[in-house]
Ligand binder design. Structure first.
Ligand SMILES: Nc1nc2c(c(=O)[nH]1)N[C@H]1C(S)=C(S)[C@@H](COP(=O)(O)O)O[C@H]1N2
Ligand SMILES: [Mo]
Length: 373
């Protein structure tokens, strides 16, 4: 009998042109739920409504025996329990987190993986210790180039057995802009199991894959990390041979609270004629959002929405910003759109920016609406 992992864990693939979302993608989507878009109303997403993405299983964690170890190229290797981490000065940061695969299911051809439409996003108040505090205590040696973060979860992916692990350059890990956190609380309560209990990394402005959950070890390394989630996954590739660029900061996106009320199956929105308030949130990992434009005619004409200013304090400017406008709706069928632009001039394309992993697809959201008398 063939017991090779490759027999149960196939390489990444693209769906055939006429291939609908299948049972494996459905199983992933049922495990990894998104933000119900009406929850864009909350500036801070209630923990149970925050999107979830778990590659393998949520690991069992005993807070009594749990330790964070810090080793590798450091002067003083550390083994910290939760009480030791809680004794260090803590900060709270409001951070919008988005899965790099958000938008993947809209791509053609579709990369077969977690089939997000647009809902792989949420914002939380994360409390914990700045990572640089712990790195300073350990004493990062001059030859260290990266910090490797390993979670307690274990699985197989594309034939490779692994612990979930990702790295950051030392300059990012020990930096202040953004300030990376070792977070033990979410929205003022302990981390829920699915969000990384008892400890996770929070890397403000970066796509979700960098925010390693169930964090158990940090190893400082003098060579770039070549682990699966770093070197193979999470790269913008055109084809399997293309080494691609690593996925890092979140591209700008605006999302709308779906107006009116929905049809159960199609989710199509129904509104009554007259002024319809439109509101939503917009964010970018590259800088504050400076403009949100609305279109009520499928992208032919655009008007500016009012946008809440981005935070002045650079360290806390990694949370989404509220926007609002009004649509004077007359009976008919429409496609509503919202497009964000950030302070660096980055904006959202109307069409897809295709890549093989289905990462960073920030194409403008389309919201079909039926307006009744
Ligand atoms: N250990 C570990 N950390 C992880 C993951 C994982 O599967 N294992 N998933 C990552 C991905 S891809 C995303 S998008 C975010 C999701 O965080 P959330 O579930 O708290 O929203 O966690 C990241 N951290
Ligand atoms: Mo993700």
């Amino acid at each position: 009998m063939d017991t090779a992992l490759s027999g149960i864990s196939a390489p990444g693939r693209l769906a055939a042109e006429d291939e609908d979302i299948g049972a494996e993608e459905l199983a992933l989507a049922a495990r990894n739920h998104g933000l119900p878009l009406e929850a864009l109303r909350y500036g801070v997403t209630p923990a149970g409504l925050h999107y979830v993405l778990v590659h393998y299983d949520i690991p069992a964690a005993d807070p009594g025996t749990w330790r964070l170890t810090v080793g590798g190229r450091v002067d003083r290797p550390l083994s910290l329990d939760l009480a030791a981490l809680r004794a260090l000065p803590a900060v709270t940061r409001r951070v919008t987190m988005e899965c790099a695969g958000n938008g993947r299911a809209r791509l053609l051809p579709r990369p077969v993986s977690q089939p997000w439409l647009v809902e792989g996003v949420g914002t939380a108040d994360w409390t914990g210790v700045p990572l640089r505090t712990v790195l300073a205590e350990a004493g990062v040696r001059a030859e260290a180039v990266e910090a490797v973060f390993t979670g307690a979860d274990h699985g197989v992916e594309r034939g490779v057995e692994q612990d979930y692990a990702r790295s950051l350059p030392v300059a990012v890990a020990a930096g202040t802009e953004p300030e990376v956190l070792l977070a033990y609380a979410m929205n003022g309560g302990p981390l829920p199991p699915q969000h990384g209990f008892p400890l996770r990394l929070v890397v403000p402005g970066w796509y979700g894959m960098a925010h390693v959950k169930w964090l158990r070890d940090i190893t400082l390394s003098d060579v770039p990390f070549e682990g699966f989630q770093q070197a193979l996954a999470y790269r913008y590739r055109r084809d399997p041979e293309d080494p691609g660029e690593p996925v890092t900061l979140i591209a700008p996106r605006a999302l709308m609270v779906p107006p009116g009320f929905p049809d159960f199956m199609s989710r199509l929105r129904v509104v009554r004629a007259g002024p319809v308030p439109l509101e939503g949130r917009a964010w970018s990992g590259h800088g504050p959002v400076t403009r949100v434009e609305l279109s009520c005619d499928g992208g032919r004409t655009w008007t500016d929405a009012a946008v809440e200013p981005g935070a002045r304090d650079g360290r806390s400017s990694r949370a989404w910003q509220a926007w609002h406008g009004v649509w004077r709706a007359a009976p008919g069928r429409y496609v509503l759109m919202a497009r964000a632009t950030d302070a660096t001039g980055r904006t959202q394309p109307l069409g897809q920016a295709w890549n093989r992993g289905g990462f960073g697809n920030n194409a403008v959201q389309r919201v079909p609406v039926l307006c009744r008398r």
